[in-house]
Design a protein around this ligand. Sequence first.
Ligand code: OAD
Length: 253
Amino acid sequence: MSALKGENTSEPIERAAELLHGARRPFVLTGAGISAESGIGTFRDPEEGLWSQYDPMELAHIDAFERDPGLVTRWYHWRFAKCATAEPNDGHRAIVALADHRPGQTLVTQNVDGLHQRAGSRGVVEIHGSILRWRCTTTGASRPIDRVPFDAFPPRSEAGGLLRPEVVWFGEALPVGAMERVEVALAACDLFLTIGTSAVVYPAAGFLEVARRRGVPSVEVNPEPTPATPTVDVAIAGRCGTVLPELVSRAFG
Ligand code: OAD
């Protein structure tokens, strides 16, 4: 990742702050980048990204779980431990502050780490589920898991069924209700913010285009260019932990 030294974010932040100030119902889409400064690895960084070290089809696909539930659950439990011990950062907190100023905000995240909620965000739409809850594949019962490692992998529920994280794997549908909430918010939003996501995984990668077709202005926050960068009205080449607090403070300070 580039160091961003000398990057001039001041002018785009000023333009984005004006858009934010004028919006009443911002749609905020976040990805792994917002949790990077909390120490949780992103997926597609060429050197450090999880998918540069592991094959998503061996770990994040429903077929992989069915083939080798021990391997898959061990990996997800390792990730769970990282998420459970990480702390929200200034980027997460800036989104909470934005909601204080603009209660019509909808926050949709692809992240499964629960850091938005721990920062204080309410009503978060977790389109890829949550790694903090695991469910029994036999009974469907879901419950939060604690930080204690499981006794064995694959872990089993009291009912004897395999336990799996409540995350969405490739090959699976999004959680019931999540897409409905997204559609309602996309039809009503008056600003779209795409934050810390590589904007390549659908359906989330298509949300921006839906909003743009309605004439909704858009802002991206990401230190690296993405497929969304040429299409947004304002692209801020910077990190969430620095850019978002400044953006919110300039819009409402
Ligand atoms: P990616 O790893 O694909 O992209 C993370 C993005 O965050 C990249 O564009 C980085 O440039 C950017 N980034 C890194 N540090 C940042 C920072 N401090 N501030 C702002 N941006 C930063 O992650 P996602 O787009 O979230 O799905 O990936 C989408 C989905 O692909 C994930 O939810 C996951 C994965 O496969 C499932 O597991 C179903």
